[in-house]
Design a binder for this molecule. Structure first.
Ligand code: ZN
Ligand code: ZN
Length: 256
């Protein structure tokens, strides 16, 4: 599988950047993991959006799904002879939330369902998208959120694990154990203050510690602003994780 970082910003974009979006391509099937603001534009720089087989959304925060609206507009209104409907896999309850948003933004209610073959995934189950196999793991965040694992039927022993957004947790210990590529958020400059309160994100050091506990083969820090020093983030994560380590940048490619 080849993973391309289309967007790595947190909930506000980097200068010229995009929020969460990761393209997974095993040579047979193309899936987009999350579709935050700016991702549709970035997707267009690497290929034809109409070739995409599926989109999988980790959770219903705008920085992970809002570009489904321009994506649906392209699929609906662009001057093309043939039209495809990529699969759209939303978390449970996501279709109603998206429908409310689309109507509130003045679009017709069938914009999304007309553009995509929409379904809500069962987080306890697996999803097959062409040659890709997808599994989910609930992680603690402000809204229901699911880490996502992808494997290709061609090399089922190779795994890509995307943590989505979450606070420090042991939920990934088994799910991401010894994964080949672990993409973890590293949003925060400082740990969230109240360990008993509502918390939803990681520092780079917490991401490094989590990757070490999972025994990940490689760690990439994402959901990280260009207003946070990347060298500082690397050093923080390095203090806990000794394996190959990067801060995500748009256009970066990882082969798993
Ligand atoms: Zn986010
Ligand atoms: Zn979030």
């Amino acid at each position: 599988m080849r993973i391309t970082v289309l967007g790595k910003s947190p909930s506000w974009q980097d200068a010229g950047g995009a929020c969460s979006g990761y393209l997974v391509d095993d040579g047979e099937t193309q899936a987009l993991i999350d579709c935050g603001s700016g991702v549709f534009s970035k997707l267009r720089t690497v290929g034809d959006y109409a070739d995409l087989d599926a989109i999988v959304v980790s959770h219903m925060h705008a920085d992970h799904f809002i570009d489904l609206i321009p994506f649906a507009c392209g699929l609906t209104y662009a001057p093309r002879d043939a039209r495809r409907r990529p699969q759209l896999h939303l978390p449970p309850g996501g279709s109603e939330q998206l429908d409310t948003l689309v109507r509130g933004a003045g679009h017709s209610g069938d914009l999304i369902s007309g553009a995509f073959a929409l379904r809500e995934y069962d987080p306890a189950g697996a999803v097959t998208i062409g040659s890709l196999r997808v599994r989910f793991q609930a992680v603690p965040h402000f809204v229901p959120t699911y880490a996502i694992e992808l494997r290709s039927a061609a090399q089922p022993e190779r795994r890509f694990t995307y943590g989505a957004d979450h606070r420090a947790t042991d939920a990934l210990d088994e799910f991401a154990a010894a994964t080949d590529l672990l993409l973890l958020e590293a949003t925060l400059a400082h740990p969230e203050p109240d360990p008993e309160g509502l918390r939803g994100h990681l520092t780079p050091a917490q991401a490094g510690a989590l990757a070490a506990r999972c025994g990940a083969q490689r760690l990439v820090l994402t959901h990280i602003s260009d207003e946070l020093d990347a060298e500082w983030a690397l050093a923080q994560a390095r203090s806990a994780f000794g394996g190959p380590l990067d801060v995500a940048r748009e256009g970066a490619v990882y082969d798993v």
